[in-house]
Ligand binder design. Structure first.
Ligand SMILES: [Zn+2]
Length: 179
């Protein structure tokens, strides 16, 4: 998981290891390192072998990635924001088979678009809920609801990029009709 530091330096970003996370504002004592170290602990209440919670898994991965775009490759923003649109707006019943299909669709989409870039919202303005808020939940359903609010806030924060990802999502659905 430490390879995120390499990606940050590729993006020219200096990571701080104290105080709130410089990207999402989560109140961990060791900044972004707290956000990464607690990646799995926030969702411990959820049994991800239960298909009912697969959606929570996808939403939490997308929300986390889009709150920390500086530690990912730029095309991952396209993937996660497109998937959030599909999950939250289109209510597509996502599963583990669909993610590689979306990746493949984006691989084709990238060709001829070397300069397309989704501009992230300013750091600390990427939704009010963070991974850390999940640790305050007491039950699986509370945790799942908090994840939904987290993802919804992040999706809205990225509103300037909706006009790019919505056509991608619609093209994906045309190519891969959901039955
Ligand atoms: Zn963070």
């Amino acid at each position: 998981m430490q390879d995120f530091t390499d990606q940050a330096s590729k993006n020219g970003v200096v990571l701080k290891n104290s105080g709130k996370c410089q990207f999402c504002g989560a109140d961990y004592p060791d900044g972004i390192f707290g956000c990464m170290n607690h990646y799995n602990t926030g969702t411990e209440l959820l049994d991800f072998s239960n298909p009912e919670y697969h959606i929570s898994r996808f939403l939490s991965v997308d929300a986390h990635a889009l709150q920390h775009p500086e530690i990912h490759g730029r095309w991952s923003n396209h993937f996660h924001l497109t998937r959030l649109y599909l999950l939250l707006e289109k209510k597509i019943p996502w599963d583990y088979q669909k993610s590689p299909l979306l990746s493949a669709y984006l691989n084709d989409y990238k060709v001829g678009r070397p300069d397309e870039y989704l501009t992230p919202p300013h750091p600390m303005q990427r939704g009010n809920v963070t991974m850390k808020d999940l640790s305050n939940t007491k039950t699986a359903s509370e945790c799942a609801e908090q994840i939904r609010q987290w993802a919804t806030g992040v999706y809205r924060a990225w509103h300037k990029s909706h006009s790019i990802v919505i056509p991608i999502a619609e093209g994906f659905l045309q190519k891969n009709p959901i039955r």
